[in-house]
Design a protein around this ligand. Structure first.
Ligand SMILES: C[S@@+](CC[C@H](N)C(=O)[O-])C[C@H]1O[C@@H](n2cnc3c(N)ncnc32)[C@H](O)[C@@H]1O
Length: 458
């Protein structure tokens, strides 16, 4: 019989010492747990994206006060929690007859991060439970529930980690959309792929086989490199010399659809942080990179200077920007980003179904504006990192109807994207799914979900 792990009672947050109240020292490992709780709470209650919280200058989570190792731990705990949040929520609910108490502050985030560490990470169960109890005691609203945290987590831990169930870790509305769009079997395969932490993909300027060997990864069919374990990106060989940049293998496909760009002018609308701008510049195009966010464009410029590539960066709204028409225009439109949940599990829990229609309207406006920036005979590539047809196939069908006679689909072919045949549709569009690019080693499988259409402008 498996015995439940032994537990000790955590020390209280304050201790009486000769009549004076002095704060007890924080238990070892408390800082990253408290930050992980705040990160998860930010996603669930305030729709604050994980990356946004980590990058925020006035960081409300305390993330910036941690050292590098603890930051990585806090990020990993928050990521693992959100990746399996549907399952964790059900496990917690099953232990609470009357549901979560009201006015309990971040209680659900405390329980979920504690359970995620014990069930899905290498943290010893007693450490995960003790530190969750400490997090509850340190919070003015959750402190009354520290006994409940201890009991619920002990119960969850004793039952062990459940296997992923398709759809259990996604909001129901999202999983039923994917079932409608792709069928039950594919939706299940997508959902299961999202439960595995993705590999790190790099786009290299040249010599993918050489870089794969140097970095201990595998060369991808269209010339990127995939590493099963990323670690600290800035410490990998070739980073300082600007030999590669981080970019999901699927995200690297749309810019390739322009073909030979040597000596041509390209406009990258919605360009920051610049993964695709870098591809266009590396392919020899003279690039204007537009983005409405000055801060994100600064990141684009920093990235390009590390890569020793250049582009003219212009802050502006792609819907109204005035530029000389170009041979190649890329519109990587703002979207629901449901194709990136593998890398950004917070997206699943922040989006609302109504966001999709709102974003589709914006995408339609941006497409109409992008068309005006393409020279006659030039190419417009439209892409989104969304799995929702409204932001992909349906969007382009409506655009073709509006632009009747002026625009024609130039079908994407398997021959130009070797190894990605499963993503090339009979409609001539590119549609990658997280379940694509199977591999024997599950850590090396999968792609972000992208849609791309290539259009020739008459
Ligand atoms: C999907 S991201 C682009 C990723 C980028 N193409 C890359 O490969 O690194 C979308 C970008 O669109 C920008 N954006 C959103 N609305 C915009 C608009 N109306 N005009 C210009 N940029 C916009 C956002 O600031 C964001 O940087």
């Amino acid at each position: 019989m498996t015995r439940p792990p032994a537990f000790r009672t955590p020390t209280p947050g304050r201790r009486s010492m000769g009549g004076t109240q002095r704060p007890a020292p924080e238990p070892v490992g408390f800082g990253p747990r408290r930050v992980a709780v705040r990160l998860v709470e930010g996603v669930l209650s305030r729709s604050r994206p994980l990356d946004g919280a980590l990058e925020a200058e006035h960081d409300p989570t305390g993330f910036r006060a941690l050292d590098e190792r603890d930051r990585a731990l806090a990020r990993a705990i928050a990521g693992s929690t959100l990746r399996r949040f549907g399952t964790l929520r059900s496990l917690i609910a099953a232990k609470l007859e009357k549901g979560l108490p009201k006015k309990a502050g971040p209680l659900e985030a405390i329980l979920a991060t504690g359970a995620a560490q014990a069930l899905f990470m290498d943290t010893p169960a007693h450490t995960a439970v003790d530190l969750a109890v400490a997090c509850a005691r340190a919070d003015p609203d959750a402190r009354h529930f520290s006994g409940l945290v201890n009991a619920v987590l002990r119960g969850i831990v004793a039952e062990g980690a459940p296997e992923p169930t398709p759809g259990a870790d996604l909001p129901a509305w999202l999983y039923s959309r994917w079932t409608r769009a792709y069928g039950a079997e594919t939706a299940a395969a997508i959902a299961l792929r999202l439960s595995v932490e993705p590999a790190l993909d790099l786009t290299v300027k040249s010599d993918p086989a050489g870089w794969a060997e140097t970095l201990g990864g595998v060369a991808l069919p269209t010339g990127g490199v995939r590493l099963a374990q990323g670690g600290r990106v800035a410490q990998l060989a070739g980073f300082d010399d600007g030999e590669w940049w981080v970019q999901d293998a699927a995200a690297a496909l749309p810019a390739r659809l322009f073909g030979d760009l040597q000596g041509k002018r390209a406009i990258d609308l919605c360009a920051a942080p610049g993964g695709k701008t870098a591809q266009l510049a590396a392919a020899g195009a003279e690039v204007v990179a537009v983005d409405k966010s000055a801060e994100r464009l600064r990141r684009l410029s920093d990235n390009l200077s590390r890569l020793k590539l250049s582009a003219e960066a212009q802050v502006g709204d792609a819907a109204g920007v005035s530029l000389e028409p170009a041979d190649a225009v890329l519109l990587d439109a703002p979207c629901s980003a449901t194709g990136t949940i593998r890398r950004h599990p917070d997206v699943a829990w922040m989006k609302r179904e109504s966001d999709i229609a709102t974003l589709a309207k914006l995408q339609a406006r941006l497409l109409d504006a992008a068309l005006r920036l393409v020279k006659p005979g030039g190419l417009l590539v439209y892409c989104t990192c969304s799995l929702e047809p409204e932001e992909g196939e349906h969007q382009i069908a409506a655009f073709l109807a509006r632009a009747a006679g002026r625009v024609a689909v130039e079908p994407v072919t398997e021959a130009e994207l070797p190894g990605y045949g499963e993503a090339v549709g009979s409609d001539g569009f590119l549609r990658t799914l997280p379940s694509h690019l199977a591999a024997d080693d599950p850590r090396l499988a999968g792609l972000d979900g992208f849609f791309a259409a290539r259009l020739r402008v008459g």
